[in-house]
Design a protein around this ligand. Structure first.
Ligand code: MG
Length: 157
């Protein structure tokens, strides 16, 4: 068994929606990103790669590569799960945390969990999603951007 952790940040920018855990959520701003800027899935990918000692998201899906412009980050997750499988690993569970003042994700929590579980080939009970504000402190608290953290456990297939 191995554990991995991941962190991702994106700045808010022009737009009317953010994509979080594969779910498009209407918001007063968008995010600045080469792909769809899904902080939850990017943190998850880094946690998966970290657990398997396979590097980081920037090595596998560089933001200079036109293939990933505007990309649905679900593609990064499925490709990473496949990389882990080739290396002899399966995912056991994932625990995700969103740090944001807004949007509030309560109404979408179960949809996000189900979607992420589907990408990982797990039942929804093996994917948790937490959210917190930072009490108006720091860049998250000033609503300058979004941050996500992920922890995963993997095991031999
Ligand atoms: Mg990112």
């Amino acid at each position: 068994m191995r554990v991995g952790s991941g962190i991702d940040v994106h700045a808010f920018g022009p737009g009317d929606a953010v994509v979080l855990g594969g779910v498009r959520i209407a918001h007063s701003r968008g995010v600045v990103a080469h792909s769809d800027g899904d902080v939850l899935l990017h943190a998850l990918v880094d946690a998966l790669l970290g657990a398997a000692a396979l590097g980081d998201i920037g090595q596998h899906f560089p933001d200079t590569d036109p293939r990933w412009k505007g990309a649905d980050s679900a593609r990064f997750v499925t490709a990473t799960v496949e990389l882990l499988a080739q290396a002899g690993w399966k995912v056991v569970n994932a625990d995700l945390t969103l740090l944001a003042e807004a949007p509030r994700i309560g109404p979408w929590r179960d949809a996000i969990r189900s979607g992420v579980a589907g990408l990982l080939g797990l039942p929804r009970a093996c994917v948790n999603l937490k959210a917190t504000t930072t009490e108006h402190l720091g860049f998250v608290g000033r609503s300058e951007g979004l941050m996500a953290m992920a922890t995963v456990l993997i095991d031999e297939r």
